[in-house]
Design a protein. Structure first.
Length: 367
């Protein structure tokens, strides 16, 4: 028997969003971020769909890079996160590029005798996580020269708050100073990149480098602090079956801890999915789902595998109908951004949770 909850991914939407980013940044290479299984959309499927559109694929770790290779993906792959020294050789043999973020990384990455380093160098300009401290860029440049490095595959930094103009301006200034330090030492930075999804939308200065690095935009969500562009197409929908429909009297309570009491006679639909399927318990008493194209509020606490919503006034609801936790139904739209806001989180988490926990199917371009 199949599970009720399922995720449908529209690969044509991913392709459409990627092409729109390319139009917005016509002189920049496209690094498509497909880390954590493409935010739950399926990294191999997304990578195949973006063949001929994306110049590189960005992943979180060596395991993700090697999984793409095992799936037959031959596109250039950049590991954005930390790589253990013991993994560097395997990555190099697979033709994948690591990020060099400290001296240990630099010592472990093999480089060619002609002075090329098959890696991207990361400077920390304000994120406070991985990367060489940008204030010591001259020392880093001198260290590269001593080790015989004359050209990097790329150089990048990570914006901490792309929607905050002042902080981002300071980060870009530090990054430019780091690039200048490399130039003074005679080190070619290679493909320079800064712009994440928010910067692609809102910061022309950040997207002026040689590449852009969108993630969330590819999947049809707009980052916090940015206006949703009209061309953006949501790629994922999260759905489940109506398991039962019940009529309750005024005063009846629903779900654990009787947190909701019916103020009047009501009709309720019990959905066969809950927090174990990626619909957060934080949606209890505040979430919305679509049933027959109408908005149905969550009543009571979201359970592990069941959620109760009110469908009073929605005609004809019956067991076996489909409910939509986010996505579209009968002309109605419930975006992942709204779902995220209701549980006081970000759409990244909503997408990753739904995509990572449920059966998925793909439609549209398959590559």
């Amino acid at each position: 028997m199949t599970r009720s909850a399922r995720v449908v991914v529209d690969l044509a939407a991913v392709v459409s969003n990627a092409r729109a980013v390319r139009r917005a940044c016509p002189r920049a290479a496209l690094i498509a971020v497909v880390k954590r299984d493409a935010y739950g959309h399926g990294a191999p499927a997304v990578a195949r769909a973006l063949r001929g559109i994306a110049d590189l694929l960005g992943v979180a770790d060596a395991g993700e890079a090697l999984a793409l290779r095992a799936a037959g993906i031959r596109a250039p792959v950049l590991v954005l996160g930390a790589v253990a020294p013991s993994e560097q050789g395997t990555l190099a043999r697979a033709g994948c590029l690591p990020t060099v973020a400290d001296e240990r990384d630099l010592a472990a990455v093999p480089f060619q005798s002609d002075g090329r380093l098959a890696a991207h160098l990361k400077f920390d300009t304000g994120m406070g996580r991985l990367g060489f401290d940008a204030s010591g860029a001259s020392r880093v440049a001198a260290m590269l020269r001593r080790r015989g490095v004359r050209r990097l595959a790329g150089t990048w930094t990570h914006l901490a708050a792309a929607d905050e103009a002042g902080f981002t301006r300071a980060q870009l200034r530090r990054f430019d100073e780091s690039l200048q330090a490399l130039a003074r030492a005679g080190v070619d930075p290679g493909l320079t990149h800064v712009a994440n999804s928010a910067a692609v939308l809102a910061n022309p200065r950040a997207r002026s480098y040689r590449a852009v690095r969108p993630g969330l935009l590819l999947y049809g969500c707009s980052p916090a602090g940015t206006r949703r562009p009209p061309w953006l197409r949501a790629a994922m929908s999260f759905r489940a079956r109506v398991a039962a429909v019940r009529s309750v009297a005024q005063g009846a309570t629903v779900s654990y801890d009787h947190t909701w009491r019916a103020p009047r006679a009501a009709t309720l639909a019990v959905l066969a999915a809950g927090y174990a399927d990626g619909f957060s318990r934080l949606q209890s008493g505040r979430g919305i789902v679509l049933v027959r194209g109408r908005r149905a509020p969550v009543r009571g606490i979201v359970c592990m595998n069941l959620t109760v919503v009110e469908v009073t006034g929605v005609p004809g609801v019956k067991a076996g109908d489909e409910a939509v936790f986010f996505g579209s139904q009968k002309g109605a739209h419930l975006p992942a951004e709204e779902v995220a806001a209701r549980q006081r989180t970000i759409p990244y988490e909503v997408l990753c949770s739904a995509g990572g926990l449920n059966l998925r199917s793909w439609r549209g371009r398959r590559g």
